[in-house]
Design a protein around this ligand. Sequence first.
Ligand code: FES
Length: 571
Amino acid sequence: MPEQRSSQWYEGTDRNAYIHRAWMRRGLPANAFDGRPHIAIANTASDLTPCNSHFNEVAESVKHGISEAGGVPLNLPVVSLGETQVRPTAMLWRNMAAMAIEEMLRANPIDGVVLLGGCDKTIPALLMAAASVDLPAVVLPGGPMLTGTFRGVALGCGTDVWRLSEEVRAGALSQAQFLKSESSMIRSRGHCNTMGTASTMAVVAEALGMVLPGLAGTPAPDSRLLEGAHDTGRLVVEMVAAQRLPSSLLSRGSFLNAIVALAAVGGSTNAVVHLLAIAGRCGIELSQDDFDSTGSDVPLLVDLQPAGRFLMEDFHRAGGLHAVLREVRDLLDPTALTVTGRPLVSYLDEAEIFDREVIRLRAEPLQPHAGIAVLYGNLAPNGAVIKPAAASDHLLQHRGRAMVFDSVEDMHARLDDPDLDVDADSVLVLRGCGPKGYPGMPEVANLPIPTKLLKLGVRDMVRICDGRMSGTAYGTVVLHVSPEAAAGGPLSLISTGDIVVLDVPGRRIDVEVDAAELGRREPAAASTAAYANPTRGWERLYVDTVQQADTGADLDFLLGSSGSKVSRESH
Ligand code: FES
């Protein structure tokens, strides 16, 4: 076997090699240090990340595969983020997780890594880290949960929480029934079963070429996930032997393939900031505009919540990602490689659609144009995004009076006031929710419809925000407005009563206030002050160095790669 990176720790007769070996010899035989590859399983298992709580069992299958192929498997627990649990928002910690994982991959005597992720931020953080260390790496998505039902109807976790809670506010569902649905929402192990951010990032990671082909979307309790985990373990050992690195696999074409996949499956807007951040680590040219130019004419082929009806279990049964990609094969870069060394497109010949209700033929799409539209205008000089597939057609060109909220707290305090001066044509503006302003860019952009309008039957309104939206959410929501209000963006200058014009076909988002008047206005103080103005710790570092959403909201000093070299010994 060729000399492994880990041999730099273990090979030789000196004191340091002795120390490195001796402390690892708890169950490892002497031949574990004979030059065979040491493979970390970067494991985001945590009881506080309920979507990933089954990962230790999955890791066992990975270990068997690694051992079988002649490697040494090593469990490496890494920072984990439970989307529903961590405050103030998991996005504040994505870059921290990525930084910590990157450093631990580099610091340890490993030759390759399996990236075991699931819940929303875990796969992005793992991929950002792996790209910056550039060791052979393969993503193992932990899989979505099975479909739960309530009163005979399938529940899409996330999406149906928004829907049912709105029904309660509208008086159409009792509080008791709402609470009764709670025990049905999460049926099994696994992450959210809609095409939310977790499912999206698993699919996107496979379209990038970073997952064992055919595995993304396999439900967490499905025995085929453990089989895939075993095969992933075998594969990473082969990748080390071939020195198949992220830098040798990932190209601009890989990212454009991921954008095509994102559009065709109706994936989460969160994939925009995550893919931009991963590309930034790889040093690959990718801009927000690429999502529009490459993705917006791709047909929506998957009838999954939140854009459609079905759930991930149905998606897997219907043929999964390869069945979708086969329909749009001509839009894919045929040279983009996968972790196996073969091009992504080479896996599509045998793909089949087994349920044409769930996965549509190209000739019968759910919508002819999916993807993400990127808007510009005097409200978003550096851009904002909208997911037309999740929006209401009648609102895609709209003119209305702004109702401005300076913060999430301000919005909660006033939204249900019966005297709130809004009607169905109003445009709800929420600012102070960008990367610096919140801080962490929370998923609040789909702010609730005011109760008085809900009771009149209004279910969607134009909403504008410098924050993000949950991948499980829906509505006519303009989000990721850049620059954000707290970074001096014009969103800080808009006032309640100003007329806002949304023109999605024209790719515009403007306020009808002339430039001279906007120039005279002072930024609204409440929308520009970073929350609690952090003075220490991670929040301080984050607020000082985070970039805007249009470039991926990574920390400015984390762009690029430092490779896997560590030049100094520890003793
Ligand atoms: Fe973990 Fe949705 S909360 S994936």
